[in-house]
Design a protein around this ligand. Structure first.
Ligand SMILES: [Zn+2]
Length: 229
């Protein structure tokens, strides 16, 4: 789980990795015989029994720096990824983070460009609200309407959703399923773990080889759904 790729002199939420660090992390994956793919591709490959050696790479929020800094590195290493964007904030910024710094989000053209380059475009909701705290009307708009807007924007079906802040409960997962998404990414969904609440691991600037190795092992344990509860 990545967010922004670029300058990180002011990064209170630790959302940013530098282009050089992303480059090193993707190189690390490739040297271990692993390849980054979109979540849709990862799930499709697993369904065919061919998921071995694949790692889903996700970039949340749809920062403009994705096209400038992440895309060239992904191409260089022969990797693909999923970009979760906010159709209610096209060309806007991360106004939902109270501390800032403000980072520009992709415009509609930027998202279309990423899609044309083979990036899977998924929905991160409309405006980045916590779905576990919304009323029914907002929940429907954040899930259904965002999917319709994005499908129209990229002229292709949108099958993936990503919960803002990674927060999910049964009601939010039901809304995402009802909106027609085939999968949704969370962070640590615990007993809700399943196609509509996929766990992910945060990857940040401090993640060099040793930490990445520990995280892959930890993720294998965490992604097992809880049983008997
Ligand atoms: Zn987000």
């Amino acid at each position: 789980m990545y967010h922004s790729v670029g300058d990180r002199t002011d990064d209170p939420y630790r959302l940013t990795v530098t282009p050089d660090r992303l480059d090193a992390q993707l190189g690390w994956l490739r040297r271990r015989g692993l390849r980054g793919v979109s979540v849709a591709e990862l799930l499709a490959a697993r369904a065919r029994g061919e998921g071995r050696g694949l790692v889903g790479l996700t970039f949340d929020d749809g920062y403009a720096d994705f096209v400038e800094h992440a895309l060239p590195r992904l191409r260089h290493w022969g990797c693909e990824a999923t970009l979760f964007v906010l159709p209610g904030r096209l060309g806007g910024d991360n106004a939902w983070d109270p501390l800032g710094p403000r980072k520009p989000l992709l415009t509609a053209d930027g998202i279309r460009h990423a899609a044309a380059e083979g990036v899977e475009i998924g929905s991160h909701g409309l405006t980045h609200v916590d779905l576990t705290k919304t009323d029914d009307a907002a929940l429907k708009a954040e899930t259904s309407e965002s999917r319709a807007l994005l499908s129209e924007l990229i002229s292709a079906p949108v099958t993936g959703f990503c919960y803002p802040y990674g927060t999910v409960d049964a009601r939010a997962a039901d809304a995402v399923r009802a909106a027609g998404y085939t999968y949704a990414c969370a962070i640590a969904p615990g007993p809700l773990t399943g196609p509509h609440a996929l766990p992910r691991v945060h990857v940040g600037q401090r993640d060099t080889a040793v930490r990445l190795l520990l995280k892959t092992r930890l993720h294998r344990l965490r992604r097992r759904p809880a049983t008997g509860v």
